[in-house]
Design a binder for this molecule. Structure first.
Ligand code: URA
Length: 471
């Protein structure tokens, strides 16, 4: 009798294959496992070739054992399948509390293997770098090459499907590739390395970003390499910057110490400390930690548009697509806005578009990230960035889309209906036109949506008319 899988086991195929043997109570020692030519076979030592496979009885594996086995299945070692069988057998037939005994050699091994796989998964989440490429039909796709230490592509890919559900991406590894088409993950055999894109148009931006957020004063090379083992550097575009950052950092430190510039040094340190807590515009918006929204967002999304724009339009916060691509109003709400601009005789390219809050606030709903309204605390925390933009652009008129934008600009909560009925100005005197948020147009039923759309177009026209020189 053999249990075979033409392309080696996955956790599920292993489970299906060993199930009858486990249910019938066959000891691990009674099975002979073979691993060759990408095939793993198990043969029963006590059965001759025509031995009948035992009938599947009831087999319930405890949940903790199942999740442990799932991780062990990823551990790169030819005898892991056999080891997993022995562990499962021992829990089922020898000691149901086996996993509570850390002194047991099998349990100790399992813990070490489990830890190694978890660590590798964690590294995959942190170190996969997608590069933009064009799909066959011209759509934007993302490609990442990653070399994990263990066979973690399957569980690792699930994380990325949840994280980037709206992007088409492929993650290729030496063991095979996973491709997500926004609906399902397809796993396939390894491809030639030559096919992977080496660089994309965003690469230099990413390197520049890395240089600007990397705090050289705090780099501890050995701690850094523990967290970011050199093994992964090959596929990290920012790794090309590390050597020079370390050199610069060391030189700057040495010079500072030579001068005995102790005061500056402590000042720099305390600045670094406050950067972590406070809003310090000079540190750059990507370092903002003034509220907790940065923790779950991909990036801060700054405003976009000419610095000479006469109209500034303020929304609420970036949505899912804006968060991923780093630009405001490029998702469904942006489409509504584009149509409204056109109807009002305005061009997107001449307007400065921004948001009251720069990080995407969301909650998970299945595979999707659902927009969550920012709180007043978050709006206030982000106000410094919006004020900076107003200061830099000096618009002649500002349009506030929705209640969050009104709160950010007026400092107090007003409904859109109330604000639309008023003539509003910022304290600096800049006229403020209130209007409906395009997302509320998308959410409304057809009849209300048409009314809100018309109101938005009217409000944009009003903003435009405020620019005209008065006679
Ligand atoms: N909604 C907003 O308020 N802003 C965006 O950038 C996108 C959606």
């Amino acid at each position: 009798m053999t249990i075979a899988h033409s392309e080696g086991f996955t956790f599920d195929s292993w489970r299906g294959a060993v199930r009858p043997w486990l249910a019938a109570g066959h000891k691990a020692e009674g099975l002979v496992w073979q691993d060759g030519s990408n095939q793993i076979k198990a043969a029963s030592a006590d059965c001759e070739p025509n031995c009948v496979q035992p009938a599947v009885g009831r087999l319930r594996l405890p949940r903790v054992l199942m999740s442990l086995l799932q991780n062990l299945a990823c551990f790169r070692h030819p005898s892991r399948w056999e080891f997993m069988y022995r562990l499962a057998w021992r829990v089922l037939y020898e000691n149901p509390r086996l996993l509570d005994d850390p002194a047991d050699p099998d349990v100790a091994n399992a813990v070490t293997m489990d830890r190694a796989v978890r660590r590798d998964l964690h590294k995959m989440h942190a170190f996969v770098r997608f590069r933009e490429s064009a799909g066959d039909d011209g759509t934007v796709c993302y490609f990442a090459w990653f070399e994990p230490q263990h066979e973690i592509l399957r569980p690792g890919a699930v994380f990325f499907a949840n994280r980037f559900p709206n992007m088409c991406w492929t993650i290729a590894t030496p063991d095979g590739a996973a491709a997500w088409d926004t609906k399902a993950i397809d796993f396939f055999a390894p491809r030639a390395l030559a096919e992977r894109p080496r660089e994309d148009i965003n690469e230099h931006l990413w390197r520049t970003y890395y240089r600007s957020i990397c705090n050289v004063a705090r780099i501890n090379p050995s701690a850094m390499q523990r967290e970011m083992p050199k093994h992964y550097w090959n596929n990290l575009p920012e790794a090309t910057e590390i050597a020079s950052l370390l050199r610069d950092g060391a030189a700057r430190f040495a010079a500072r110490q030579k001068q005995g510039d102790h005061e500056n040094f402590t000042a720099a340190k305390s600045l670094q400390r406050s950067l972590a807590q406070a809003q310090v515009p000079a540190a750059g918006i990507q370092l903002c930690r003034a509220c907790d929204l940065w923790k779950h967002a991909t990036q801060a999304v700054e405003g976009e548009g000419p610095k000479s724009a006469r109209i500034m339009l303020v929304g609420e916060q970036p949505g899912d697509e804006e968060d991923l691509r780093g630009r405001p109003f490029i998702g469904p709400a942006g489409k509504v806005l584009d149509e409204a601009f056109q109807a009002a005789g305005l061009k997107r390219g001449e307007i400065y578009l921004t948001n009251a809050v720069k990080h995407f606030k969301w909650e998970p709903r299945g595979k999707r990230r659902l927009h969550k309204r920012p709180g007043v605390g978050e709006i206030r925390a982000c106000n410094v960035w919006l004020l900076n933009e107003i200061e830099a652009v000096k618009p002649a008129v500002i349009v506030a889309l929705g209640a969050s934008a009104l709160t950010a600009l007026l400092g107090s909560a007003k409904t859109v209906e109330t604000a639309r009925a008023m003539d509003l100005n910022l304290p600096s005197g800049v006229p403020l036109v209130a209007s409906y948020h395009p997302s509320s147009i998308l959410r409304a039923d057809a009849e209300r949506s048409a009314i809100l759309r018309e109101a938005l177009v009217g409000d944009l026209r009003k903003a435009s008319s405020l620019l005209a020189p008065h006679g």
